[in-house]
Design a protein around this ligand. Structure first.
Ligand SMILES: Cc1c2[nH]c(c1CCC(=O)O)Cc1[nH]c(c(CCC(=O)O)c1C)Cc1[nH]c(c(CCC(=O)O)c1C)Cc1[nH]c(c(C)c1CCC(=O)O)C2
Length: 349
């Protein structure tokens, strides 16, 4: 058996993505830099506005490093947002406190034609600068992750102009105006591939593609709008960065959807949300793909015995496999820091 983590200078998350089984399961958390941390809230207040935070390298570097300093996670994830891509294609974007994102809508071919075909370098170069600086400041053994939103998930926000519960506007657009929808996906595939290539060149070790809304798609639409665009991104990225390590997180995907996605795209790892059947997923995909996840973020809010039990069951289900510990979705702002500390003690012993 291949073993990871024998030397402290090795980036264990990266090794697990290469198929190694870690002696000590690596840990990171989706949204690990965020509002549950007082030091994040302080920087956020200073920056004033969320997008300013994302595009100011001093701030982005600082908040990316905060959870690493506090908890010593095995991976840092670039502090940014998936909606930076539509923004750098020319969509108006604002984040209202407590309301989530608001975007100018893109609902037809003429609105799409009004957007840029390439990412605005004056925005995106600041993200690349932050990456290079983060890598220079991170401990050598910490993996640096970049990311992007999957085209389907980005399209849901671009078409509706905001988050909606079931993404009806985007689903409807794909049915009513397939030519527009295909053209939108093409634009997002190209922009996302170039964005990820830029992130690798700036210094990330691996990337995660967030398809947060793939769970609202029927099997055929999942194949068309989740699997196919991700496959195109993976092959475009690997054409430039042959050893690019890529994790896909298709939230809400069924096991057959997850399997199809892993096989068709050739990603190195898949992220499981908290509803995934761990043993069935492991039986189907373990050994060929790294599995990442999948603690219920609510168990982390609950703490106490419920948290310990959830962690023990999860670790027993994944023991002996190429596993990266994570939550099944982002940590919520109301999560007590003491519970994150409890989680790390339980995992590290
Ligand atoms: C769908 C999505 C978005 N953004 C993201 C996704 C995919 C993951 C998921 O499913 O949650 C991804 C994301 N967003 C953020 C990161 C940073 C890295 C990390 O720590 O994980 C990452 C990887 C910071 C953020 N992105 C956002 C915040 C909160 C902004 C604030 O400080 O007010 C953070 C820390 C804002 C955001 N950004 C988005 C929404 C819907 C919201 C509002 C909801 C919310 O406030 O949590 C879009």
């Amino acid at each position: 058996m291949k073993c990871a983590g024998d030397s402290v200078a090795e980036r264990v998350v990266k090794q697990v993505l290469d198929g190694h089984v870690a002696a000590r399961t690596p840990i990171w958390m989706m949204r690990q830099a965020g509002r549950y941390l007082p030091e994040y809230r302080a920087v956020r207040e200073k920056a004033g506005d969320f997008l300013t935070l994302c595009y100011t390298p001093d701030h982005a570097v600082e908040v990316t490093l905060q959870p690493i300093r506090r908890f010593g996670f095995d991976a840092a994830i670039l502090f940014s947002d998936i909606l930076v891509v539509p923004h750098a294609l020319g969509c108006d974007l604002t984040f209202e406190q407590g309301e989530g994102p608001r975007l100018s809508t893109t609902t037809n071919m003429s609105e799409l034609n009004g957007l840029r075909t390439e990412l605005d370098a004056s925005k995106i170069d600041r993200v690349y600068e932050a990456i290079t600086r983060i890598r220079a400041e991170l401990p050598a053994e910490t993996t640096l992750l970049g990311f992007c939103g999957a085209p389907w998930t980005l399209a849901t926000y671009m078409i509706a102009g905001r988050g909606t519960p079931d993404q009806a506007p985007a689903r409807l657009a794909s049915l009513r105006d397939p030519a527009f929808f295909e053209a939108l996906m093409d634009r997002l595939v190209e922009a996302s591939a170039s964005y990820l290539i830029g992130q690798f060149k700036a210094g990330v070790d691996a990337v995660q593609i967030f398809d947060s809304w793939s769970g609202v798609l029927d099997p055929e639409a999942f194949r068309a709008w989740s699997v196919r665009p991700i496959r195109r991104i993976v092959s475009a990225v690997r054409a430039e960065v042959p050893d690019a390590r890529i994790i896909a997180f298709p939230k809400g995907a069924t096991l057959s959807g997850l399997t199809e996605l892993a096989q068709a795209t050739g990603v190195n790892g898949v992220g499981l949300d908290w509803t995934a059947d761990r043993r069935a997923t492991r039986a189907q995909l373990g050994g060929r793909y790294a599995l990442q996840g999948n603690l219920d973020p609510l168990a982390l809010i609950a703490g106490g015995d419920a948290l310990d039990r959830a962690i023990d069951t999860l670790m027993a289900d994944f023991r002996g496999s190429a596993h990266i510990f994570n939550l099944g979705h982002g940590i919520r702002p109301e999560t007590p820091i003491a519970h994150v500390e409890q989680m790390i003690r339980r995992l590290r012993g």
